[in-house]
Design a binder for this molecule. Structure first.
Ligand SMILES: *Cc1c(COP(=O)(O)O)cnc(C)c1O
Length: 526
């Protein structure tokens, strides 16, 4: 029998006979119950709330009066609560365990941040509240702006972008506006082969054609190729630093110099700012625009499409084109620049209807203030230390993609160590689930074959890192020892086994249709 690290069997022949009668009765397992869609429960004839019958004259609504039932399932409070809590148990969460997704920075979200964000003065704000009544919120945005500019060494910041990719869009729109203001609209954006997919997508969305820059054998931007591809039609380069291989771009200053010499702007994808915050100021490296994922570096919650925030810092050259709104100090306190007049005459427009993600601003600011300057620097140092610990511990059994020298905040392995085992990166990742660990990022960056990108973050203890590494070492040894079934059928213990991800991506089922007998047929119009 093959056991995972808490002693549960992980082989098909060991798992399946575990009380099949129970499993087939309810679809449950352990204390986890199977859960139907909320629409598939028998809730159509009841309601979970007790309201007096509406005393309305339907004739006021004319032909807008509803003729058919509204078509929402009615659940009692315990049913509704259990439904969502059970669903949440089927998912992984940073509050459950280490979440080593490279490039995602899934780190602990301190509860202090949550407490601050729930203060009524922040949580109950309305975006259209009169400015004199929201001076505290404006002050927080102003302070957050101040520290983002200070930490990056940049003179301006746009807070309103709502995620990293939205920030990229903001930065490139500012770059486009700057070129157009000079009467020199350029056509091309250069992006390294290792870039996050959002970079070329953003450039294309803004209307640029994308040219790839090659990568050197040691995982950095190929300077000769960059120089060859720069030209008078290049509007910008987009470089991630530290890059998606988890490596610092050593030639970053030369990259900036070459770019500026060609009349182009330097967009830095700053999603990995957590690896350098407090140590390096991107403004000193020659960056013109950079988004900061508050939901990565500054620990605001993310995953599952939840709200992020992607403020963009801008250089002197791009600052005049920053989108509205921003906070200014007026004669009667703080106010917002909203219109493209006077000092904002060149603003390229807006990124969103209002100011951005206030809840994330509060969390990020709380995080900055509770860490202080020394704490933020230690965040970067510990993130890098933890990644190098993982790299060192796993290098004996797995093959690091770039063995030379230390990595930054994430450790990247390729799949050459799996050659001949019959086990793939995907199989290995799925087997990690049976060990109680969420898989690392797989098959990204694309430049590394069968990539496994592990970002432990600074919030994991050595003990937890050791548990994780012990599990991976044991799995790697099992793969090399030929225990292929353990991998091919994994995960054996998850509520959902292997899904057809291609089908799900190509033919997503986005609507629910009632099966006959489940939901009531709509009433005929009276
Ligand atoms: C996460 C990430 C992004 C995108 O950020 P979102 O907030 O998910 O839009 C872009 N680039 C890199 C390198 C990233 O890690």
């Amino acid at each position: 029998m093959t056991m995972q690290n808490v002693g549960r069997p992980t082989r098909p022949e060991d798992v399946q006979p575990l009380a099949p009668a129970f499993a087939s009765l309810t679809g449950g397992r352990g204390l986890l119950q199977d859960e139907a869609l909320i629409f598939e429960r028998d809730g159509w004839t009841k309601t979970g709330v007790d309201l007096p019958a509406a005393d309305l004259d339907g004739s006021d609504l004319g032909d807008l009066a509803r003729a058919a039932p509204i078509g929402l399932p009615g659940l009692s409070e315990p049913e509704a609560m259990r439904h969502y809590v059970r669903l949440s148990q089927k998912n992984h969460a940073i509050d459950l365990a280490l979440y080593p997704l490279g490039s995602c920075t899934m780190k602990h979200n301190p509860r202090l941040n949550e407490k601050m964000a729930r203060l009524a003065g922040f949580a109950d704000l309305h975006p259209m509240a009169p400015l004199p009544t929201v001076q505290g919120a404006l002050a927080l945005m102003d302070r957050l702006s101040h520290w983002l500019k200070t930490l990056t060494g940049m003179p301006a910041v746009a807070l309103s972008p709502k995620a990293g990719a939205h920030g990229e869009l903001c930065g490139l729109l500012a770059i486009r506006a700057a070129h157009e203001a000079r009467g020199d609209p350029r056509r091309r954006v250069l992006v390294p082969t290792s870039a996050h997919g959002t970079n070329p997508a953003t450039a294309a969305f803004v209307g640029y054609s994308v040219t790839e820059i090659a990568q050197t054998d040691d995982g950095r931007v190929d300077l000769a190729d960059l120089a060859a591809k720069l030209g008078p039609d290049v509007a910008a380069i987009m470089v991630t630093n530290p890059n998606t291989c988890g490596l610092f771009e050593r030639d970053i200053i030369e990259i900036a110099r070459l770019t500026h010499e060609a009349g182009a702007y330097f967009y830095c994808d700053g999603a990995n700012f957590n690896a350098i915050v407090g140590r390096v100021r991107p403004g000193d490296l020659g960056v013109d625009a950079m988004h900061i994922n508050l939901h990565k570096t500054f620990s605001t919650p993310h995953g599952g499409g939840g709200p992020g925030a992607g403020p963009v810092v801008l250089s002197e050259a791009l600052a005049p084109f920053a989108p509205a709104p921003w906070v200014v100090h007026g004669a009667n306190g703080l106010t917002l620049v909203e219109e493209a007049v006077e000092e904002a005459a060149q603003a390229f427009g807006r990124m969103s209807a209002f100011h951005g993600q206030m809840g994330m601003f509060v969390r990020a600011y709380a995080y900055m203030r509770s860490h202080g300057a020394d704490g933020l620097r230690q965040v970067a140092e510990d993130a890098v230390l933890n990644a190098n610990y993982v790299k060192a511990r796993l290098s004996g059994v797995m093959t690091p993609a770039f063995p030379e020298g230390p990595c930054m905040h994430e450790a990247l392995f390729d799949d050459s160590w799996l050659e001949g085992t019959g086990v793939t990166t995907l199989d290995f990742a799925k087997a990690m689930i049976d060990e109680g660990f969420h898989p690392m990022t797989m098959y990204f960056p694309l430049v590394v074959h069968g990539a496994m990108l592990i970002e432990p973050t600074e919030t994991e203890s050595k003990q937890e890192l050791d548990r994780f590494c012990d599990a991976l070492v044991a799995l790697a040894q099992a793969a090399k020892a030929g225990d292929v079934d353990r991998f091919k059928g994994a995960p054996y213990l998850a509520p959902m086994r292997r899904l057809d991800e291609t089908l799900a991506a190509r033919k997503p089922r986005l609507t629910w249709k009632p099966e006959s007998g489940v939901a009531p047929a709509p009433l005929a119009a009276e």
